[in-house]
Design a protein around this ligand. Structure first.
Ligand code: 5AD
Ligand code: SF4
Length: 484
């Protein structure tokens, strides 16, 4: 659904860096797997390589360098990348000069193993080592293999302006912190992304301003646990996540703000108050619960129980009665009984999530759970419980989406609908997808970037069908393009 081709930042950087180009005419193809943070990291990598003179290749066949930015969160995610590497073998045979690199969480977790087990891999670089890419590329240019998986306590790439990849020109991600200190028992992230560190707030605000200048209409602030964002300035002043949200919201009243991911143990009323106070902060919170059973939550080392989680849900409803809430749920974690599973279903009925990401537990090496607990729920039981969770969630999503029908809602148009070229899609503030006809009698054709009022005519569990009421703010023109 996202469109390619918004690459004026790349050419701008090439123009500036032209005389210093090392890799004249070389092309890089980057594929991102897993979470939004990985996509955001790929944008940093693209920026570092653009400075080295690399242009982007849409297809691996056209590239001198193919990079896979990888995910380790579940075994399936790793298998997908390993299969993709096998799929690239024939290209490497055709073009032995082509270099292949593995970036991100799998690079960190599997390290030299990857070089040994996958012949075609030349380069392995962990999430905190992207600044060393130019040197590593020099090394592999001489026929050697290269690895850097050092984790850092302070790397935030704050000074690197990302090259926006896969962009629709309307919505963008801004990384506000890296790593995670939480040690949830099931989670490999603290091992692959290292210690938590926050980025200097002013650099985040500048990035948001730049995006506004370039006609973007929405930013999503990214961190593994945004609620623990913390910055102490040289003057002793501190900035927490609520302060940061307010700073970014004040960049431009027409810039929508989203964020991910909140943590139930850390989400404060102050954050909710800031959200309720700023109309351009979207009324949507992703608050992963993982399980509805306090016993399971304790084994998961999540730092909250069922009551504390429900207290946070009540707080969201108190400050923002119309907010949408989504979650993550894991079925079949170590020792999960049928009763624990029923607790998850009953919590879902209590909250009635608008949306959920639902997973079977997948044991990850080195984690607290892998070291301390048996992965003792049989796979078919995990699967059956997952299906029950999915079925219930589908009903809740359909019911929740019905609540939008008949309302007039602010909607940001993002792109062309997957199903029909005559339709565009956008999102309302609650993050629900709204499908809209492109042509509307008496109005200009809708374009990505238009901020409109839509009337919701009908709903399914997956999306809303809307009609245009009025275009409140037509898509802006990028300032950099005007001056070019
Ligand atoms: N198995 C299954 N799901 C997991 N998640 C994280 N680790 C695992 C695992 N080992 C899920 C959690 C988390 C989301 C990003 O992925 O629900 O919130
Ligand atoms: Fe993993 Fe927990 Fe950190 Fe999220 S908060 S990245 S689930 S350890």
């Amino acid at each position: 659904m996202r469109q390619e081709g918004h690459c004026h930042l790349v050419s701008y950087c090439h123009y500036l860096c032209g005389p210093f180009r090392k890799q004249l005419g070389k092309k890089v193809h980057i594929e991102s797997y897993g979470c939004q943070m990985n996509l955001s990291d790929s944008e940093i990598v693209a920026s570092i390589l653009a400075r080295e003179g690399y242009e982007r290749a849409e297809r691996p066949e056209e590239a001198d360098l193919v990079l896979l930015n990888t995910c380790s969160i579940r075994d399936k995610a790793e298998q997908t990348v390993l299969n993709r590497l096998d799929g690239l073998t024939h290209l490497k045979r055709k073009n032995p000069e082509m270099k292949v690199g593995v970036l991100g969480c799998m690079a960190e977790r599997m390290r030299a193993d990857l070089l040994e087990k996958k012949q075609l891999v030349d380069l392995v670089v962990g999430p905190d080592a992207y600044r060393s890419l130019p040197g590593l590329l020099d090394e592999i240019g001489t026929g050697q293999k290269a690895v850097n998986v050092l984790l850092s306590r302070d790397e935030t790439y704050a000074d690197i302006a990302p090259v926006r990849l896969q962009t629709n020109g309307v919505t963008a991600f801004i990384s506000i912190m890296r790593g995670c200190d939480n040690m949830c028992a099931f989670c490999v992230v603290p091992f692959t992304r290292g210690r938590e560190r926050s980025r200097e707030p002013i650099t985040i605000v500048r990035e948001a301003r730049d995006l506004v200048r370039n006609a973007y209409r929405e930013v999503t602030l990214l961190g593994q646990n945004v609620d623990s964002f913390h910055w102490s300035g040289a003057d002793g002043r501190t900035t927490d996540f609520a302060d940061l949200l307010a700073m970014v919201a004040e960049v431009d009243p027409l810039l929508r703000i989203r964020f991910s991911t909140s943590h139930p143990k850390d989400m404060t009323d102050k954050v909710l108050e800031v959200m309720a106070h700023h109309p351009n902060i979207c009324s949507y919170i992703h608050l992963p619960v993982q399980s509805g059973s306090s016993a399971v939550l304790q084994r998961m080392n999540r730092g909250y129980d069922r009551d504390r989680y429900l207290d946070r849900i009540a707080a969201i409803r108190h400050f923002m009665p119309d907010a949408a809430i989504s979650t993550d749920i894991i079925t079949g974690f170590c020792g999960e009984t049928e009763e624990d599973h029923q607790d998850t279903l009953s919590l879902m009925r209590e909250v009635r999530y608008d949306m959920a990401y639902m997973f079977k537990y997948s044991e990850r090496p080195r984690t607290l759970a892998a070291r301390n607990y048996a992965d003792d729920v049989p796979d078919d039981v995990k699967g059956r419980r997952l299906q029950e969770v999915i079925d219930l969630q589908m009903r809740h999503a359909a019911d929740r989406n019905q609540l939008h029908v008949g309302k007039e809602q602010e909607t940001l148009v993002e792109g062309v609908s997957k199903r029909s070229a005559d339709h565009l899609f956008g999102r309302n503030t609650q993050n629900a997808v709204v499908i809209l006809p492109k042509c509307n009698a008496g109005h200009a054709d809708l374009r990505p970037g238009d901020l409109i009022t839509a009337r919701i005519r009908s709903a399914t569990s997956g999306s809303l069908q809307g009609e245009l009421v009025r275009i409140d703010h037509p898509a802006p023109i990028p300032k950099d393009t005007i001056h070019a």
